[in-house]
Design a protein around this ligand. Sequence first.
Ligand code: S3P
Length: 167
Amino acid sequence: MIVLIGFMGAGKTTVGHLLAERLGLPFMDTDLVIEQRTRRSVRDIFGTDGEPAFRDLEHTVTAELLAGPDAVLALGGGAVQHPATRQALHGHHVIYLEVGYAESMLRVGQDAYRPLLRDPGLEGIFRRRLASYQVVATQTVPTGGRCPEAICLDILARLGRTPAERP
Ligand code: S3P
């Protein structure tokens, strides 16, 4: 399994689609699977049931997808907060798409469907998560100022699937 992790706005979904296409693998996104299964939006689950309930659901779905057929899998930005999810990532290619806080905020804008964007402590959450991303990552890929196609080529090269990206 090739798993993409990183903060909101890191490009997990965009890069994941490109990568899956290049590799001829299905693309899956845990947020989307959660929304399809529950027939509710992430925003509604956060708002009605609370973040801990969302995290448990996110862990269940992530563990199940990780145990399933090979794919490119994008995790939600907070999935690595769950210790059992970090554990479940062992043995997979875990690609950490690294983004700075300011750039991440520029990329996501005022997305009403990302409930954490309204959290006044968001920058602190960002900082606290950095160690968790690093600890589970098998590759750390910088994304600042790079287009999704270049990031995708970089990942393919790191996975030994294509020649190295030209400057
Ligand atoms: C979250 C990130 C979102 C989504 C939810 C919580 C987070 O996914 O799972 O809003 O805690 O960072 P993206 O990283 O795909 O935006």
